[in-house]
Design a protein around this ligand. Structure first.
Ligand code: PLP
Length: 282
């Protein structure tokens, strides 16, 4: 069991591994001062990152939305290889890639990678499921697709609201959150995509709502389609989730966490979680 965190930073044209407690950005880095940057969280299994390409594609898209100069795939792969070197294949981990505007003014961006073990709490949620509350985000469902300044669809470093929502949930005895639009449409979790099953169809909300395009949801839906299982992009409501046979929050690190309680009301999964996890594990 690896219990350490590993850090690599792009410096002078090379991926440089640095001690985890060593500073890697200055106090003036715009990622620190403004949350002006993007990131990715990538599952590590067997000392590899099998879904890296999908995450690098999304990172490039996020950078584009922020008009942030990206360092490119070769640099990211070098950073990933650097943190993975020597990692215990028996320890599930998570790599976080960070790209910030650095010191701004045409200076190079900051690019770094951090690898740490998957927290025990997250491992527990994979099998035991989660209790979720719905919280309003205060935007109409179709607003962010016409408001590029709100950075819908980008995985930015400005996750303070997402983290506050999780603390709000924890204070109410829940594990996680599903954000809803002003009209009560389902959006996403603070760190996950919402998927539900109804009448044998797997559903997820439309990207036009400004939610992040989940790589795990995309993989799940592609594999479900291959297996002849219908999928749909549906602008669902909380009532749809209540009536669904099963609801999951899906993400790379957590896979499909079954929602066993929604807004304080216990709910089942129609025995469907095992097959969804099996699709993701393929
Ligand atoms: N939505 C948000 C807001 C997220 O932060 C994440 C993951 O971190 C996801 C969805 C799920 O994305 P993925 O499946 O690519 O991990």
């Amino acid at each position: 069991m690896t219990d350490e965190r590993v850090v690599a930073v792009w410096r002078d044209g090379a991926a440089v591994r640095v001690p985890a407690d060593q500073p890697v950005v200055t106090a003036f880095d715009l990622g620190l001062g403004r949350g002006d940057g993007v990131f990715e969280s990538i599952a590590v299994v067997g000392a590899g990152a099998p879904h890296l390409p999908a995450h690098l594609a999304r990172l490039a898209r996020s950078a584009e939305l922020l008009e942030l100069s990206d360092v490119g795939e070769t640099v990211w792969r070098a950073l990933v290889d650097s943190v993975l070197a020597g990692w215990d294949p028996g320890t599930d981990g998570v790599i976080r890639l960070f790209l910030t505007r650095g010191l701004g003014q045409g200076l190079p961006p900051t690019a770094l990678a951090v690898l740490s073990p998957v927290p025990a709490e997250v491992v527990r949620q994979r099998t035991d499921g989660i209790s979720v509350i719905t919280l309003g985000l205060g935007v109409p469902a179709d607003f962010r697709s016409h408001a590029p300044w709100l950075l819908g669809g980008a995985k930015t470093l400005s996750y303070a609201v997402n983290m506050a929502a999780l603390r709000h949930a924890a204070a109410r005895g829940a594990d996680d959150v599903i954000f809803t639009s002003l009209e009560g449409q389902i959006l996403e979790g603070p760190t996950s995509t919402v998927v539900w099953s109804a009448d044998g169809v797997l559903h997820t909300p439309p990207l036009e709502t400004g939610i992040l395009p989940g790589t795990t949801m995309a993989r799940l839906f592609a594999r479900a389609a291959d297996a002849g299982r219908p999928t749909a992009v549906t602008p669902g409501t909380v009532d749809d989730l209540r009536a669904a046979d099963a609801v999951w929050l899906v993400s790379g690190v957590r896979a499909a966490a079954t929602v066993h309680t929604l807004d304080g009301v216990p709910r089942g999964d129609g025995g469907l979680s095992a097959s969804v996890r099996e699709l993701l594990a393929r």
